[in-house]
Design a binder for this molecule. Sequence first.
Ligand SMILES: [Zn+2]
Length: 126
Amino acid sequence: MVIKKANKEALTAAEIKAIKAHLLELREDAMARLKDKKRLDMPDNEVGDPIDDASKSLDKEILFELSGNAHKTLDQIEAALRKIDKGIYGVCEYCRQPIPKKRIKALPFARYCINCQHSTESSHQH
Ligand SMILES: [Zn+2]
């Protein structure tokens, strides 16, 4: 009996399980961060001086920007979890090639392989 040699870049069920657990942790983290941002947005810390009002509105803009990024990260994590459920996790969304394990482990919610990531990034610069 010939055992079909598995693609060395293919993720095993155990690896996917570990990645999923990691993604769930990252999701918790991102959600906690978003919550923190909201809490920081509330003016419940000792305020009083008029100077604070000016810095407060500035802070809000920065926080908004940061929470925007946290939202983006959260979206990517959710998308990765959906792909795991669908059984299409670990494949580049652009060229459909398996994403190298090294990259997946470094960036579990990566959507593209390194090549496609670079080409999408450079095309944005035009
Ligand atoms: Zn690709």
